[in-house]
Ligand binder design. Structure first.
Ligand code: ADP
Ligand code: MG
Length: 299
């Protein structure tokens, strides 16, 4: 249904001088979806999220919000920006406000919630991210990076924006906190009215939270679609070194060799020629490592 599409990005481009950072990135966001933006460092994830929020002005393409192109002259950008929450990689807290006030401010200014209601919602969300009462009076500078991240997330969620863009929300968090955070993102979209876009270079996050993946590889759109489709595009072929034929080497997207043999990532459509070998499903991790020139960026 068209009405379920909140945001549609069409052929988005962004250049800094001669550096074409984003080349024709397209993506559509429906209500109730968690979409993960993946790609190695420098591939353009932050630039993409910042362009969607118009913190950077796109060099080309369209951004449709409920069908209207927000890049057209005369579009009400204030309302658009208010509908999109953004949690940056460097934390976007008000340094002069304490933790509780940080979680209240967007609710009273953007949602026009009354102070009392905003306060109780802020408290509930801070508790949810593990920032209980003992932290409410603290100023951001008294918190660790992970704690600031939690407050930023609680604030974004409390303000109930239709779409929240999170830039690497899990980086710098320990595995338990990461899991808790991903759980919170999943809960946020459960009512079918909210959507989340988050970037990550940790592929384990995808298994946990994302149904849809947009993979940006060096500024180009490598894939956008469901996680299942993504995984189903490839297979892993394994064998001894004597089984690594020229045909396989030519068709493989990537090959890794070990003392005991090789592993190759092959497009599912090309697998027919190699059925005599050991064929296994590919993991997201394997696909990203084999298709990215800087596989070592991935954990
Ligand atoms: P990622 O978030 O995937 O690590 P970024 O979007 O931060 O990637 O960066 C993508 C590319 O854009 C990099 O080559 C980076 O140097 C360049 N870039 C990002 N922001 C700017 C800017 N403000 N001015 C010039 N180049 C930039
Ligand atoms: Mg980034």
């Amino acid at each position: 249904l068209m009405t379920d599409t909140i945001l549609e990005i069409k052929n988005l481009k962004k250049s800094y001088g001669k550096n074409e950072v984003l080349k024709d990135i397209s993506l559509s966001v429906k209500k109730g979806e968690v979409i993960s933006i993946i790609g190695s460092s420098g591939s353009g994830k932050s630039t993409f999220l910042r362009s969607i929020n118009l913190l950077e002005s796109p060099s080309g393409g369209e951004i449709l919000y409920h069908g209207d192109n927000v890049l057209e002259k005369g579009y009400d950008l204030t309302t658009y920006r208010e509908r999109l929450g953004m949690v940056f990689q460097s934390f976007n807290l008000f340094e002069n406000l304490n933790v509780l006030e940080n979680a209240i401010v967007a609710q009273t200014t953007v949602l026009k919630r009354d102070r009392k209601e905003a306060e109780s919602i802020a408290k509930a969300n801070l508790e949810k991210v593990g920032m209980g009462e003992q932290y409410w009076k603290a100023k951001p500078k008294q918190l660790s990076g992970g704690q600031k991240q939690r407050v930023a997330i609680a604030s974004a969620i409390a303000s109930e924006r239709p779409v929240i863009l999170f830039d690497e929300p899990t980086s710098g968090l320990d595995p338990v906190s990461r899991d808790e955070l991903l759980q919170i993102l999943s809960e946020y979209i459960e009512d079918g009215e909210h959507s989340v876009l988050f970037s990550t270079h940790i592929t384990g996050d995808l298994e946990r939270a994302a149904d849809y993946i947009t993979y940006i590889s060096y500024g180009e759109l490598f894939f956008t679609g469901s996680k299942d489709e993504f995984v189903d595009m490839f297979r892993i072929v394994k064998g001894g070194m004597d089984e690594l034929s020229a045909d396989l080497q030519a068709k493989a997207v990537g090959v890794r060799t070990f003392p005991t043999g090789f592993e190759a990532l092959v497009k599912t459509e090309d697998i027919g020629s190699f059925t005599a070998l050991d064929i296994e499903p590919a993991t997201i991790d394997e696909i990203v490592v084999f298709t990215s020139k800087k596989g070592e960026d991935y954990e």
